[in-house]
Design a protein around this ligand. Structure first.
Ligand SMILES: NC(=O)c1ccc[n+]([C@@H]2O[C@H](COP(=O)([O-])OP(=O)(O)OC[C@H]3O[C@@H](n4cnc5c(N)ncnc54)[C@H](O)[C@@H]3O)[C@@H](O)[C@H]2O)c1
Length: 245
């Protein structure tokens, strides 16, 4: 029996990168998955790919910064699959830009997706989990939630916020059987990292390579499943040694 047999998992950013790799692993462990993403073309195609392999999967196009759209995702998920047990709160954006000429609108947009959106999804997830008697949430932060870097002030501030949001929500709902942890990836080979930066980012990583989405998925499975049954409020760093420096 799989580690997530008959569990229902909502995965934001589920059409690409870390979210898609996690959906594949969850499905192989017996979960039904609800893929949430802005990218309809990729999301639909991935839903079909998973279904063709015999999985129960549903793609829902939604923007995690919209309260209404986030509420609709959970409504749709529960109307089809009855309940939501696991939420991988993972959609995010990242851009490099020097801070002295960063437009306020761009700051707001980054914080809106990478922090506000994570809150909106967590809030809706918790509402359902309170009714169902529990669940697990894994928020995607970043190693840049722990350490700084030049040119990514908005992203790093938002990701630092996700780490402390995770601690705070975990404490608030610990007695309600809702475990909330975060994943802090290092440099992972996904479309979020521009091709031209990959060589340099590998060279500044102690393990001298980028991480793979599949390596993140294994850590997410650990945090989402009973394998981490006594963990909450934790932020697990999987970064090839970067933050050990
Ligand atoms: N790849 C890395 O090096 C790395 C490192 C640290 C943290 N992360 C984090 O991992 C998460 C996943 O990123 P990834 O590397 O898989 O990148 P990705 O670009 O492959 O996937 C992100 C997905 O999120 C979706 N998305 C973006 N904004 C959205 C919104 N407002 N509503 C709904 N969906 C939205 C995108 O369409 C995309 O499919 C992000 O939160 C990112 O910040 C990535």
């Amino acid at each position: 029996m799989g580690k997530l047999q008959n569990k229902v998992a909502v995965i934001t950013g589920g059409a690409s990168g870390i979210g898609a790799a996690t959906a594949k692993l969850f499905v192989s462990e017996g979960a039904k998955v609800v893929l949430v993403d802005l990218n309809e073309e990729k999301g639909k195609a991935f839903e079909e790919e998973l279904k063709a392999q015999g999985a129960e999967a549903l793609f829902v196009k939604a923007n995690i910064t919209s309260e209404e759209e986030v509420a609709k995702v959970f409504k749709q998920a529960t109307s089809i699959f009855d309940k939501v047990d696991i939420v991988f709160n993972n959609a995010g954006i990242g851009r490099v830009h020097s801070s002295h000429d960063l437009e306020y609108s761009e700051w707001r947009n980054t914080v809106n997706v990478d922090l506000d959106g994570v809150f909106l999804v967590a809030r809706e997830a918790i509402r359902g989990m309170l009714e169902n008697g529990g669940g697990t949430i894994v928020n995607t932060a970043s190693m840049y939630g722990w350490v700084g870097s030049p040119g990514s002030a908005a992203y790093n501030a938002a990701k630092g916020g996700v780490i402390n949001l995770t601690r705070s929500l975990a404490l608030e709902y610990a007695e309600k059987d809702i475990r909330i942890n975060a994943l802090c990836p290092g440099f992972i080979d996904t479309p979020i990292i521009p091709e031209e930066n990959k060589k340099e980012l590998s060279s500044i990583t102690p393990m001298k390579r980028l991480g793979k989405s599949e390596e993140m998925a294994k850590a997410v499975l650990f945090l989402a499943s009973d394998d981490s049954s006594y963990m909450t409020g934790n932020s697990l760093t999987v970064d090839g040694g970067y933050t050990a420096q």
